[in-house]
Design a protein around this ligand. Structure first.
Ligand code: PMP
Length: 421
């Protein structure tokens, strides 16, 4: 049961927002006691509209890398805002930011900026098609690249021609990648790759370097472009493109979420091979040249370069992982933790309809820790060892609750989304 202020907003939203809410915050995707509406965020915490404060392992689904309302980054934002944000044309911040991204991301020679990850992935698709003069994309089944008709995971409002010219493969499965490329024939424009397998509802998996190298090789053989979609994982695995860790350079990479620590900014980065194609596409938006988010992005990049934030969140993530594994074993649960320590996903064994995951997540929430039952989570640099200890203490209690209630748990309601998985 959520609090009275949340319930009131839900009731009012039902009248004026289709479905009461949409996208990843749609009603019913999370346990019923999860708040829908939040009042504020600070550092590693969020406060819901009823004043309940949670240690937040979602980080706004990624954008908060250094914590909410970071004073230094927000000061850069506010300063630029006071001088002008969306003007008739861009300012110096745009060039400075492009220089910053290009200097940090080893495969990149140029950058283009936009607002959402979907803008960046759609631009990657267009750039690849413009570069090759071909149509077909190879995409991994279940990988998320955004919410435009060509890539949205749900069928509503999408017509078959939106999804024409796509071949699918299975992540890390070289024969299926080869088959998809073969099916594209002489029409292959791009191979899209997630930096690691971070699909919802299933265990995450690191990229097999042989798979990544084969993707590079196939793109080269066919004259197609290789795209790494780093919108979600960017800067939580490396201070470079995530595939730099396995020595594979894409032609294009897409970025968003945390690159301006919560301010609206995304980017398409590319190498010189893709430059002419990128220059030929017409893409823009009313707010794409706005300087305040770019100023926040410049400050965020500086922090990424100059601090040990990455090592810090990796250490915290490892401590969390080890502590959770011990507590799950002690309570007798098969509790699978997958993905990088900085972006974990938790799933229970023998839990096909997620009733264990929902109940455990609710028990965590009741103890002030916001976790997600089927989507990967995110650590941020504002978290401390004491926060991780709080999460572990909460988990001990949540596993105990689950053990006590396990036999009486009913099916999870309203999960039409899951029924189709
Ligand atoms: N690609 C990936 C891998 C993502 O995780 C997301 C967002 N979850 C997107 C693209 C789309 O980004 P946005 O929601 O900002 O449009």
């Amino acid at each position: 049961m959520t609090g009275p202020a949340d319930r009131d907003l839900r009731r009012r939203a039902e009248a004026v927002i289709p479905g009461g809410m949409y996208g990843h915050q749609s009603i019913g995707l999370l346990p019923d006691d999860y708040p829908q509406f939040f009042r504020s965020g600070s550092g590693a915490h969020i406060t819901d509209v009823d004043g309940r404060r949670y240690l937040d392992f979602m980080c706004a689904y990624g954008p908060s890398l250094f914590g909410y309302v970071d004073p230094g980054i927000d000061a850069a934002y506010v300063k630029q805002l006071s001088e002008g944000d969306a003007l008739t044309g861009p300012g110096a911040r745009m060039v400075e930011l492009a220089e910053g991204m290009v200097s940090m991301v080893s495969h990149a020679d140029w950058a283009m900026f936009c607002k959402n990850g979907t803008d960046a992935t759609t631009m990657a698709m267009m750039t690849a098609r413009a570069h090759t003069g071909r149509k077909t994309l190879v995409l991994a089944k279940g990988a998320y690249h955004g919410a435009a008709p060509w890539c949205t995971p749900r069928p509503g409002g999408v017509i078959p021609s939106d999804r024409a010219h796509q071949q699918s493969c299975s992540y890390n499965d070289i024969p299926s990648l080869e088959a998809a490329v073969a099916a594209a024939g002489d029409d292959l424009a791009a191979i899209f790759a997630a930096p690691f397998r971070h699909d919802a509802f299933v265990d995450q998996a690191a990229p097999d370097p042989a798979y990544a190298r084969r993707a590079r090789q196939l793109a080269d053989e066919r004259g197609a472009l290789l795209v790494v979609d780093d919108v979600r994982a960017g800067f939580r695995l490396a201070r470079d493109c995530s595939w730099s860790r396995i020595g594979v350079s894409p032609d294009l990479s897409t970025w968003g979420k945390c690159i301006a620590n919560g301010h609206p900014l995304s980017a398409l980065l590319g190498n010189d091979r893709a430059r002419t194609g990128a220059a030929s596409i017409y893409v823009t938006g009313s707010f794409w040249f706005a300087g305040a988010a770019m100023a926040a992005g410049i400050e965020t990049l500086k922090r990424i370069r100059e601090t040990r934030y990455l090592e810090h969140i990796q250490d915290l993530g490892e401590t969390l992982r080890e502590g959770l594994a011990e507590r799950a074993i002690a309570a007798g649960f098969g509790f699978r933790q997958s993905g990088p320590a900085t972006m974990p996903l938790f799933l229970f064994d023998e839990d096909p309809d997620l009733r264990l995951g929902f109940a455990w997540s609710s028990a965590m929430l009741a103890r002030g820790v916001y976790v997600h039952p089927w989507h990967n989570m995110f650590l941020c640099a504002a978290m401390t060892p004491a926060d991780i200890q709080q999460a572990l203490d909460a988990a001990e209690g949540a596993f105990a609750d689950l053990k006590a209630s396990r036999s009486s748990l009913g099916p999870v309601g309203k999960m039409a989304f899951l029924a189709t998985r």
